[in-house]
Design a protein around this ligand. Sequence first.
Ligand code: ZN
Length: 229
Amino acid sequence: MTAPTSTSKAVCLLSGGLDSATCLALARREGYACYALSFDYGQRHRVELEAAARVAAAFGAERHMVARIGLDAFGGSALTADIAVPKGRSTADMGHGIPSTYVPARNTIFLSFALAWAEVLGSSDIFIGVNALDYSGYPDCRPEYIEAYERMANLATKAGVEGRARLKIHTPLLRLNKAQIVKLAQELGVPFGLTHSCYDPGPDGRACGQCDACLLRAKGFLEAGLEDR
Ligand code: ZN
């Protein structure tokens, strides 16, 4: 991997959760000027956008853009339609099948927006905090998906076709478990309290403690021996 120059720009997808915050912190540590990108996609946990803004400011992102894309017009997910968010699932339950919190084509859409912004910025680097180990079975978080997307992106862009730059999708968390991500976040100084993971927060924005995102987060902190402040 080529080391970034002082002017290297990266587009960092930022949901406001712990993983994407850690991913942004890593991009900053590697020396990239970070352009944070979040989505108001009609998610029930829209409060995560406030967390994203806090995290972007805390890590000195050059800009923080919130794109409005209204995936709730289609629905089809517990996060974008009136479908109950699964609660209290065991790790074994989370280990097979694709849950109702899967949002159809979400990462494909997010990465396409990131790709568009990267091309405008003259950036060849996109960071996304996907994880293939402690994740909820989403097909668009798998390594083979990311590899295929990167190949497609280099066929799709002007910079790629003209051979001026090769776009790289950075997935530094891909093969870490949740406890390793928590430890890495701690090492990078990610302020845990600024992040938001819950899929189904209460009206006051507090985490439910029982959705897959809450349970995976709690498991990660427990296994890392750290307190989630
Ligand atoms: Zn929750």
